[in-house]
Design a protein around this ligand. Structure first.
Ligand code: DAK
Length: 257
């Protein structure tokens, strides 16, 4: 695969996608988003891949959508082409995806991190939705997912002021799951990814689907959905294997069946 703006690697059952546009702090140009979307399709099609890590550089996860590309867009061009479809490849990806964030995660960068299932951040990470400073507003979930992650007041503060928070504040508000020293970020992300990758792929995907359902449903609907997915795990060999392995005091040998 020949990518210009990202790097793709596989290690065991983990795909690592690195945003790689260092001159522009990984600003998310159309070509990068297209490549990212293709890499996710590839990771999805490979049944040996159980987990994806999305990362940037030490200085920037991504400093937002590419402002030089955006500046000439018009209302008509937005109406003619719905740019969000390719971005949503991340939020609709069915396998677990971990954002490993160092440096700036601003605007669209913060939004794609929030589209991932888990965010692990280095101590130099900075999060924000500075679109207001550019005379616009977030467009890839920044006004929606941020509220669910940090609550209304903090989300309003960030969206209305364009302010930036550091990793400690992001941890305090629940935007990220773990804060680690920069030099330990890759290691800590890999540890978690490898732990998840050992599980059964279909069960992982069902578990992810069940958790995501909570964003769109009442508790009652979510509970019904969870129960249906729980019941469906009983159609899988891996469910049988998991329980047998426990009772026989041995590690499970999942085969994705
Ligand atoms: N776009 C384009 N270029 C960028 C960029 C960006 N977002 N961020 C940085 N760069 C470029 C800079 O222009 C500079 O290029 P040269 O001047 O060297 O050619 C280079 O990267 C290095 O940046 P700086 O010199 O500015 O570096 P500093 O360390 O001084 O500052 C900074 C770092 C991150 C604080 C600063 O670069 C900055 O404020 N960047 C902009 C952050 C920002 O406003 N981000 C939000 C962009 S709006 C949508 C989906 C999503 C979105 C919109 C629509 N649809 C699906 C419809 C998202 C919108 C956004 O993200």
């Amino acid at each position: 695969m020949n990518y210009k703006n990202i790097k793709y690697a596989e290690q065991n059952k983990v795909a690592i996608i690195q945003l790689h546009r260092p001159k522009f702090l990984n600003a998310l140009c159309d070509e990068l988003i297209e490549e990212l979307s293709n890499a996710l399709d590839y990771a999805n099609s490979n049944n040996d891949i159980h987990v994806v890590i999305l990362k940037g550089s030490e200085k920037a996860f991504a400093a937002g959508a590419d402002i030089s590309e955006m500046k000439n867009l018009t209302l008509l061009s937005h109406i003619k082409e719905d740019f969000i479809a390719k971005w949503e490849k991340i939020s609709t990806f069915k396998k677990p995806i971990i954002a490993s964030v160092a440096g700036y995660a601003l605007g669209g960068g913060c939004e794609i991190a929030m589209m991932c299932d888990i965010i692990i951040a280095a101590d130099n990470a900075k999060f924000g939705q500075p679109e207001i400073n550019l005379g616009t507003i977030p467009a890839a979930g920044g006004t929606q997912r941020l509220v669910k992650a940090v609550g209304k007041s903090k989300a309003m503060e960030l969206v209305l002021s364009g302010g930036i928070i550091d990793a400690k504040e992001a941890l305090d508000f629940g935007l990220i799951s773990k804060l680690v020293p920069l030099n330990d970020l890759d290691n800590q992300t890999a540890l978690l990814a490898n732990k998840i990758a050992k599980k059964s792929l279909p069960i992982l995907m069902l578990a992810k689907e069940a958790v995501l359902k909570s964003f769109e449903s009442s508790l009652k609907e979510g509970m019904v959905f969870e129960r249906k997915l729980f019941q469906s795990t009983f159609a899988l060999e891996d469910r049988k294997e998991g329980m047998e392995a426990f009772l026989n005091k041995r590690p499970p040998n999942f085969n994705n069946n």
